[in-house]
Design a protein around this ligand. Structure first.
Ligand SMILES: [Zn+2]
Length: 322
């Protein structure tokens, strides 16, 4: 059914393009371009209508806040020829006259779904697969599409964990692609979330894919792979130095550029709070219980990835070693 994904995208785009995490209960106020058929007003009206009848404004507001968030569309068009696939880890498609550029992480696991959704927007085939980051032994560089070229950021120095596979092409600084009349810029921004993080810019569409450097969840740092909070903050600074309006995070709603600054601010606050715990002599094992994160939009789940995988390493990083 060609066009189905796009139609869905236009219907739901405005409601899924949201404020930075932590403010997600507020109705979207600064939706970026993309959902021309729908608008903020429509989304707000829907919420109010669901809220019911004659109970008055306060009751309507309360009901609107309780309403479950609208699910994202299968395909979200955020610029001419630029699409985000929310159910494929926010994999992004840039359709050009010389093939499609696919951007994301662990793309092979979404192979069938990407092929299905791609067919709803173009007959072009995937020419390049751009991987936003590297987790060493856990990387999956199996091709998402036959015959495509896979690119990814180079692991620096001797990687702490042997890569299971490598992309066809790696870059250690910056690299540009010019398929058809499009321009795509890849920028290596160091090791923060993973052992090698990159951002992918679409300058002719004012958009950047940030990989897992910005998500709608707490920061997950791959310490075993070479990541660190300090590196992550530097990577976000490199991202913020770029010119763009639209931010495609590695997970969660598409944001404005301010979403990257907000994520950086919260990460810095998180690190400062852990510094304070270290200074007060709180033991590493106690840190999860004492750390306040709910106001950052990152409630601590004692069994979650953040507490198990990131917090011990973050404590050690802040304390200056294990
Ligand atoms: Zn990752």
């Amino acid at each position: 059914m060609p066009g189905r994904g796009l139609a869905l995208a236009l219907l739901a785009a405005a409601s899924w393009i949201a404020e930075p995490a932590g403010q997600q209960n507020a109705p979207p106020q600064d939706a970026v371009e993309g959902g021309e058929a729908a608008g903020d007003t429509a989304a707000a009206d829907d919420a109010a209508a669901e809220g019911g009848t004659t109970e008055g404004a306060d009751a309507e507001d309360a009901d609107a806040e309780d309403a479950p968030p609208e699910p994202p569309p299968d395909v979200l068009e955020i610029g001419d020829g630029l699409y985000v696939l929310p159910y494929c880890g926010n994999a992004t498609l840039r359709v050009t006259a010389h093939g499609v550029v696919l951007v994301g992480d662990r793309l092979a696991q979404y192979r069938a779904e990407i092929a299905r959704l791609l067919a709803t927007v173009t007959d072009q085939r995937i020419a390049y697969e751009l991987h936003t980051h590297r987790h060493g032994a856990e990387d999956d560089f199996a091709p998402a599409a036959p015959g495509s070229r896979r690119l990814g950021p180079a692991l620096g120095g001797a990687p702490p964990r042997e890569p299971a596979a490598t992309p066809d092409i790696v870059f250690s600084s910056r690299l540009s692609l010019f398929p058809g009349d499009a321009e795509i810029r890849l920028r290596h921004v160091g090791a923060g979330h993973s052992g090698a993080d990159a951002v992918v810019a679409f300058p002719d569409r004012g958009a950047v894919h940030a990989g897992h450097l910005v998500t709608d969840g707490p920061p997950i740092i791959d310490y075993a792979g070479g990541g660190s909070a300090g590196g992550w903050i530097q990577a976000l600074d490199a991202l913020l130095a770029l010119e763009f309006d639209t931010l495609i995070p590695g997970a969660g709603p598409v944001l404005e550029k301010s979403g990257a600054q907000a994520f950086r601010d919260r990460l810095v606050t998180l690190r400062t709070r852990i510094e304070q715990l270290v200074r007060r002599g709180v033991a590493r094992e106690e840190a999860a219980r004492r750390l306040e994160t709910a106001d950052l939009g990152w409630p601590v789940d004692p069994d979650g990835d953040f507490v198990r995988e990131t917090l011990p390493g973050l404590y050690d990083e802040v304390a200056g070693g294990p």
